[in-house]
Design a protein around this ligand. Structure first.
Ligand code: SAH
Length: 217
């Protein structure tokens, strides 16, 4: 199938998954997904599936990226914290929809590679941190939106405290390999409310930074 047809069929699948927000769909359409996968997989970049990016980690499926992005209800003035930079694909999408993105990754080589890719693509509103996302970034808090792209067992307390008034936190919750729920937590008048956005499957959110070896996670 030619490249443009593959991209179109991916966009149809994203819409089919319930993503109707036009700015989210436009951002997904604008970003070339093939620069975020290892070169031997570039033919598969527009498949509606997760793809391996090394270190036991995966590039999230575009329908899930769409659902999570839409759920964040981003405004152009928002400052956003992302946990789990991974390939940088989701980071790129976020960067198009808000003012600034602060992204944290516990695998240093992934953080470095994502920075290289996004800089080459001309993205200027992203700050990259190699570190443990459970800590968040207290010195840059509070954030208008927080996205976690790996699954913790429960809402990380330090991240909840870094939410601004009116902020949205979108994250998968649940144990590895078991059924996880995609949740949205909203902070209003100092109170937190949550909604369940459906079943998902993510790699686990792990504590501390990774000690590198290509097959560690
Ligand atoms: N959004 C990324 C998803 C990558 S998979 C993409 O589409 O490419 C999830 C990522 O979260 C992995 O890169 C993993 O290393 C990272 N991760 C897991 N626990 C983390 C933590 N505590 N802090 C920062 N990153 C973490």
């Amino acid at each position: 199938m030619p490249f443009a047809r593959r991209k179109l069929s991916m966009l149809m699948a994203v819409r089919g998954a319930g993503v109707t927000d036009l700015s989210t769909l436009n951002a997904i359409e604008a970003v070339d997904r093939s620069i975020f996968v290892p070169s031997h997989l570039s033919e598969r970049a527009y498949e509606v599936t997760t793809l391996p990016i090394g270190f036991g980690q995966t590039l999230s499926s575009p329908d899930v990226v769409g659902m999570m992005t839409q759920a964040l209800e981003l405004k152009k003035t928002d400052r956003v914290l992302e946990i789990g930079t991974g390939s940088g694909y989701q980071t790129f999408i976020l960067s198009k929809l808000c003012k600034e993105v602060f992204t944290i990754e516990r695998h240093e080589p992934l953080s470095t590679l994502a920075k290289k890719r996004l800089t080459k693509a001309g993205v200027k509103n992203v700050h990259y941190t190699f570190g443990d996302g459970f800590e968040g970034l207290p010195e840059d808090a509070p954030f208008d939106a927080i996205l976690i792209t790996a699954a913790p067992d429960r809402v990380p307390t330090k991240l909840a405290t870094q939410m601004a008034e009116g902020a949205r936190l979108v994250l998968p919750i649940g144990p590895k390999g078991k059924s996880q729920r995609l949740m949205r937590i909203t902070r209003n008048n100092g109170r937190f409310s949550e909604s369940d956005l459906g079943s998902v499957r993510f790699v686990p959110m792990l504590t501390g930074v990774a000690q590198e070896s290509p097959d560690s996670n």
